[in-house]
Design a protein around this ligand. Structure first.
Ligand SMILES: Nc1ncnc2c1ncn2[C@@H]1O[C@H](COP(=O)(O)OP(=O)(O)OP(=O)(O)O)[C@@H](O)[C@H]1O
Ligand SMILES: [Mg+2]
Ligand SMILES: [Zn+2]
Length: 481
């Protein structure tokens, strides 16, 4: 028996070697039809090749985080079985350039082109689909500076009626979903995939602006359209897309494989995936992107009543439609140059910036968000009011902004112990390649991090008892139960 096994092993080895050098050959007839073989003695090993290893179809669960940003869209896929995170690459380049898809629309030759960095003519160009959506949600301001869009309505050349920018966003995301899904299906061609999609959107946990449903309609329509999505998309596709969009109703959360999640919460989830999450402490994350600023305060601690698991308690959050784009507008005015020149000069980091209203606004957003914790009396123990600060997002790179936020005195005994750099999870593939730009990728990683979003929302976080400073022997007494 042992010899037989060894022999079979040898043949299998040969078959495997053979197959590894050539394209898989059609399977040899491993077994003849049963009716014929019943009366035949077991075939001798010399004449029967064992069945070549046929990959069995398995099931594979993936969570995809889609950070639909004002300037660029970033996608990270989480392969839950292997606990890896992988940055989706939009092109052949390396490093952060490969991970950024400009969230733009350009119209030419009767088609919509997504993700181009520059347009041939400024007339047929939306430099930020998301910023245009924010204009639609706040009619008092239209900051997107597009010749073809105003307050969220887009006039496409060659199309009679104006189109809602939400529909354009749905078509953009449909193509994003399609690209990523095609990649995953090819990568895991032997498995049946269960994909959960989490898309970030600028809202606070209470959805004070009541925008969640509108975002869900955009994302849900994109899901429906993804099979037919292409880039470029012919203008003729607009009719069908508009029909799907208008007829779409948002199914119950349990009946769909996608969700929209607050970007601030995504940042907290990114922290929880980082190797830094082990420490029990209060934290603040300030995420300053191109179009929005999200600020979250939370407490991360061991909950003894739940078997000693670490769970974040969300203390306060806020989102405001301000960021790098508005800074560029202020700078172009101050320096008397174009927006693009202002942005390039700002990003080079070689110029000292003048005093900017946007930075002052972010500073007061930070102070006010912290005051929400005091207002609701969420934290009482003086030690818990000492927090570490993370500043992420592209505009968080501005030294002037960091200095202003760090220097801002907070009310009620809150004080920053240190500012830290958020680290990527251990399981991030090509970690070395992306680590230095993780401030841009953190939200996508957080969105990809889990199917369930286990945290205590602020309304469930009871006021935490005050303790004597310095004595912390029964920490779980302080945590929300
Ligand atoms: N080195 C830099 N210094 C200053 N600003 C920078 C730098 N690099 C990028 N930025 C700015 O960061 C912004 C892009 O950051 P990020 O990718 O976090 O935003 P986004 O996700 O596209 O937008 P949002 O989160 O607001 O929707 C742009 O405004 C860009 O000008
Ligand atoms: Mg962002
Ligand atoms: Zn606008």
């Amino acid at each position: 028996m042992k010899e037989l096994l060894r022999f079979l092993g040898g043949v299998a080895g040969l078959v495997a070697k053979h197959m590894s050098r050539r394209k898989p050959a059609p399977s040899p007839p491993a077994r003849t039809i049963k009716a014929d073989t019943d009366h035949i003695k077991a075939p001798s090993p010399a004449v029967t090749l064992p069945k070549p290893p046929v990959a069995k179809r398995g099931r594979r669960a993936l969570v995809v985080g889609v950070d639909f940003g004002t300037s660029t869209t970033k996608v990270i896929c989480n392969e839950s079985r292997e606990e890896t995170f992988e940055v989706f690459r939009w092109n052949e380049s390396s490093g952060i350039d490969s991970a950024l898809l400009p969230s733009t629309l350009c119209i030419s030759d009767g088609a919509l082109h997504f993700g181009k960095k520059f347009a041939n003519s400024s007339a047929a160009w939306i430099r930020s689909i998301k910023l245009c959506m924010l204009c639609a949600r706040n009619n008092r301001i239209c900051r997107c500076q597009n010749a073809i869009a105003e307050n969220g309505l887009v006039r496409l050349p060659g199309v009679a009626d104006p189109i809602r920018v939400d529909l354009i966003a749905a078509m953009f995301l449909a193509w994003v979903f399609r690209k990523v899904e095609d990649f995953l299906v090819e990568r895991f061609s032997n498995d049946d995939l269960m994909i959960v999609w989490n898309v970030g959107c600028p809202m606070d946990h209470l959805d004070a602006a009541k925008s969640k449903e509108a975002w869900e309609q955009v994302v849900g329509t994109a899901m429906e359209l993804r099979q037919d999505a292409s880039n470029p998309t012919p203008l003729t596709f607009l009719t069908k897309a508009a029909e799907v969009f208008e007829d779409f109703y948002v199914p119950l959360e349990s009946e769909r494989s996608y969700a929209v999640q607050p970007e601030g919460l995504a940042a907290v989830k990114a922290f929880l995936e980082s190797p830094q999450a082990a420490a029990s402490k209060s934290y603040a994350i300030v995420d300053v992107g191109a179009g929005t600023t999200e600020i979250s305060f939370f407490f991360n601690g061991l909950i003894m009543s739940e078997g000693g698991i670490t769970r974040p308690s969300y203390l306060a959050d806020s989102t405001k439609a301000i960021g790098g784009g508005k800074i560029d507008m202020e700078l172009s005015e101050a320096w008397g140059c174009t927006l693009d020149e202002a942005r390039a000069r700002k990003e080079s980091g070689r110029t000292t910036l003048p005093n900017l209203d946007t930075i002052q606004e972010i500073k007061s957003q930070y102070r006010r968000t912290c005051m929400l914790i005091l207002k609701e009396n969420k934290l009482k123990a003086p030690n818990d009011k000492h927090f570490d600060l993370f500043v992420i997002g592209g505009s968080g790179r501005l030294a002037e902004l960091r200095a202003v936020v760090e220097g801002e005195p907070l009310a009620g005994g809150f004080s920053r112990d240190q500012t830290r750099v958020l680290e990527p999870p251990k399981g991030l593939r090509s970690r070395g390649e992306f680590a230095k730009d993780y401030d841009l990728l953190a939200n996508a990683c957080g969105l990809a991090s889990a199917i369930g979003w286990q945290y205590y929302p602020p309304k469930d976080v009871c006021a935490m008892a005050a303790t004597v400073v310095g004595v912390r022997d029964d920490r779980d007494e302080l945590y929300p139960k």
